[in-house]
Write a protein that binds this ligand. Sequence first.
Ligand SMILES: NC(=O)c1ccc[n+]([C@@H]2O[C@H](COP(=O)([O-])OP(=O)(O)OC[C@H]3O[C@@H](n4cnc5c(N)ncnc54)[C@H](OP(=O)(O)O)[C@@H]3O)[C@@H](O)[C@H]2O)c1
Length: 337
Amino acid sequence: MKFWEFDGFGLDRLRFVDRAEPVAAAGQVLVKLSAWSLNFRDLMLVKGQYNPRLRLPFTPLSDGVGVIAGVGAGVTGWKVGQRVAGCFMQGWMEGPASEANGRTALGGVLTGVGAEFVTFDAQGIVAPPEHLTDVEAATLPCAAVTAWHALVTEGHVKAGDTVLIQGTGGVSLFALQIAKMHGARVIGTSSSAAKLARLAVMGAETGVNYKEVPEWGDKVRELTGNTGVDHIIEVGGAGTLPQSFRAVRMGGRISLIGVLSAGKAATINPVPILMKNLCVQGIYVGSRAMFEAMNRAIAATTMKPVVDRVFAFEELPAALAYQESGQHFGKVCLAKK
Ligand SMILES: NC(=O)c1ccc[n+]([C@@H]2O[C@H](COP(=O)([O-])OP(=O)(O)OC[C@H]3O[C@@H](n4cnc5c(N)ncnc54)[C@H](OP(=O)(O)O)[C@@H]3O)[C@@H](O)[C@H]2O)c1
């Protein structure tokens, strides 16, 4: 079978190589993958920005969907031919995060799924919503579960709340869709007028161009009648947090998810966190129980993930370069063509 690995950091160190198909051991399933999605983390990982001490060679990617091609001894509940998606955290079934759960992240700690055949523990897979194509289903394990964890599991988002999303990448568009699914209002930011127009089509009430309006926090506040938003999906990190402190309401919630503005790190003044009684919570993807709860909601509402572009499995370096360009709106995917 074919698989991807890199033996040094940089997109030019990715190699498309051959090895024997793995076999499902006891308690495992063998899955023949047909679709994958990329996350910003994959780019950081391959470039050596995620874990510079990563043991190489390493196979990247956390998100894959396919059909079960083999079932190991003792596995119950799964059979050959069923369509499944791997869980980002292979060992986080339910309940709160733990250090042990964090050590089971695919494509960062555990070997990634950038291969034609992958073995998973039988407990580390879910059945994605039936109305989704394989590519659409492959967008869910990391970005969608993260947005669900932030807004629903921890944020308890409800009708009438206002949610601020930053940019138009994978996590942010899932947050928009999940917020709308719960009857919340959405305000978006983007570096592009064309992308802001697309956010409006998806139901964002209003948007701010963060390039044209560097003090966008005040603008967002103004757009809420000077109250501030209830939830912020913070994917920018150090460079955007000061504006998020302006944009959020008293007692509001900031889900700290991403580091897109790393490198432009600002000195963070923590005083607004106490003066505004904020809840600032780190979110690291989520559990299988969150994935399953989200899948039920996606199925019930027939929500469709936003897929920007699908590359062939053989084109991983080009797909990562495209993700790095920031041209995308939603998810960049790979498929067997
Ligand atoms: N904690 C977790 O569990 C978790 C899970 C998933 C992702 N993440 C992190 O979340 C972030 C987003 O990941 P992703 O996969 O959704 O990325 P992505 O799809 O590649 O999104 C990139 C988009 O973010 C926007 N952006 C870039 N810099 C920005 C800035 N300074 N302010 C506001 N928006 C900015 C841009 O949107 P426009 O083109 O519209 O400007 C860009 O197109 C990354 O840092 C990633 O590592 C964390």
